[in-house]
Design a protein around this ligand. Structure first.
Ligand code: MN
Length: 233
């Protein structure tokens, strides 16, 4: 065993439904603008015939398990929720064909891609990286992993409430690039690995939260995710 000057960061992991073992997390990938109505509300409509999907990543240390209470983050006045279906990768995959994409899926989770929208939009409009807007500490919320080996989810209601009031409501069948297409495209750029999570994008209705808000969301057939926003530090 190597000796380190100080303790290295802990392994990030999620509970697995029906199992004692936890699912160790490798990388966190996020698809941008993957529902038409959300792309339009962001002022950037998507024409699939001439565009490819795009991605950003977050540090694995941003992962937070569903049910947590997290402090309202620093340096933002516009902290947004984004409800997303999360694909959980269970096998290595590089240049995976869309028709074989199911072979590397371990299961799914439900997640929140919490975003400093004010900083993300400044970065976007100035052509700068999105990190300060997106790679926010404690901003990648995930439910337990639901094992569904080899299953492609291509439909099912996706919805989110804040304090019991519905804010987002759509269907996974409205993804611009579906689960097969995302795995095929992303695996052209990366050697996908067991433990990788792919947040597939959010439908319309994104909006800001304030301290004290309770967010709950679900994807039909997968399960629920919850987050409480605490006071700022
Ligand atoms: Mn997102």
């Amino acid at each position: 065993m190597a000796k380190y000057l100080f303790n290295p960061p802990e392994v990030q992991s999620l509970p697995i439904q029906g199992k004692e073992e936890r699912f160790p997390i490798n990388r966190l990938f996020f698809v941008g603008r993957n529902y038409h109505a959300h792309a339009v509300e962001m002022g950037r409509p998507v024409d699939k015939s001439v565009e490819r999907p795009f991605y950003f990543t977050k540090s694995r240390d941003t992962l937070v398990q569903s049910g947590a209470t997290v402090a309202y983050p620093p340096e933002t006045q516009n902290y947004h929720f984004e409800m997303e279906l999360v694909v959980v990768i269970g096998k290595p995959g590089f240049r995976v064909k869309a028709e074989n994409a199911h072979e590397i899926i371990y299961g799914y989770a439900t997640g929140l891609d919490m975003t400093r929208r004010d900083l993300q939009l400044v970065a976007r409009d100035k052509g700068r990286p999105w990190d300060l807007g997106k790679d926010v500490e404690q901003s990648s919320v995930s439910s337990e992993v639901v094992p569904m080996e080899g299953v492609i989810i291509d439909q099912g209601e996706i919805a989110l409430k804040v304090n019991g009031e519905t804010k987002q409501k759509s269907d996974v069948n409205k993804l611009i690039w579906n689960v097969r297409e995302i795995i095929a495209d992303l695996s052209l750029f990366y050697h996908l690995q067991p433990g990788d999570l792919i947040y597939t994008g959010t439908p319309e209705g994104v909006n800001a939260v304030v301290a004290g808000d309770r967010i709950t969301g679900y994807v039909a057939g997968v399960g629920e995710v919850a987050l409480t926003v605490g006071a700022a530090e």
